[in-house]
Design a protein around this ligand. Sequence first.
Ligand code: ASP
Ligand code: MG
Length: 420
Amino acid sequence: MKIYKFGGASISGIDRFKNTADIIQSAEKEKILIVVSAMGKTTNALEKVASAFYQNKKEEAIQLFTQIKDNHLNLVKYLTVTNWQAAENQLKDFFTEIEWLLHDQPVRNYDYYYDQIVCCGELLSSAILTHHLQERKIKATWIDARDLLRTDNNFRDAAIDWNTTTDKIKESIDPLFNQYDVIITQGFIGCTDENESTTLGREGSDYSAAIFANILDAESVTIWKDVDAVMSADPKKYPDASVISSLSFTEVIEMAYYGAQVIHPKTIKPLQNKNIPLYVKSFLNPALAGTVISKELNKGLPPIIVNKENQVMIQFKSKDFSFIEDKPIQQLHELFSQCKINPNLTQNTAISLLCCFDDNAEKIDALASAASEIFDVEIEKGLTLLTIRHYLPSTINALTENKHIILEQKTIQTIQMLMR
Ligand code: ASP
Ligand code: MG
């Protein structure tokens, strides 16, 4: 049994849906569990619905939701014939759930409503794909991931209850494969034991695929993306970027830690624990080999470049020159966790701590104002954090030419430079 995960870009319109169905169809005689994301930019659009609803702008929320409905209904028309009515009915059930909610007044916190609304993107896309596959006479069936993935109620970043999830997935999926070749479910979403929908964090569908793979002891996971493979750098910025044909789990965890947007960072652990290989392949060009991520350690990797723009450096200086002690450092770390912000790089000096963060204006303001009660705070914005794994002197030179480096850290494997 294999797992395929299709992201939003692979189903962002009629042709893309058909292309995805072609890929599934060509895996003839395989048992495949398919995890899909919401279509195109649907999750962003649903976020807008949730926030309008929460600001009591009911009309706006309903109007925004109507656009999303129309998009999906329109697709169904083109992707189904005999299944058209069944598909439309299924979508309408999901619409009704959301519309009921939108007619209420918000009384609980935002994150709760976010999850009840945003989860519908994956439900809709997976339903359409299922009906389209059935239309092609593929033995395919649909299952609601909320009946399988049990989570806590930490809405928008829910944690998996592995014991219950394992039982539920094993109970339901194995028997279904006796009857069907293809099972379609949703990424990103789960459910509490009180039947409330939850989400696992943005881009969480990769993680869902890894959970299914781990529990079902899948042979492999394939993530279908709009890139040829994992690259050594962003090819739009670095024309020298090269395809990396194989990577170890550990290397990918490191890359994700430094900010490479390869796959969702939580994805690796469940696969690594069961030694399940992960393929990253292009849905635009399925004949290409792509990248395999496995336990095999890499030799001779090219320099891997991760560029993070929009960085802010904050310098926290103690007002009484006491930074050498533990206490101010500890106070700062408490502030970071209060403000839910994590530094990407930190460096101590005798009287100050230098930290580099993503420029999330709201969080940075909150942090700066809280910290200024204890420290002198200096902020510099508009910086770039460049990380190079497996660096060579020539790569460093080429990438830092004409740049002003204001902070640098180096280990044997990795160099990081914060630049103006
Ligand atoms: N649809 C969700 C998102 O856009 C989950 C995913 O695509 O992985 O974040
Ligand atoms: Mg996505």
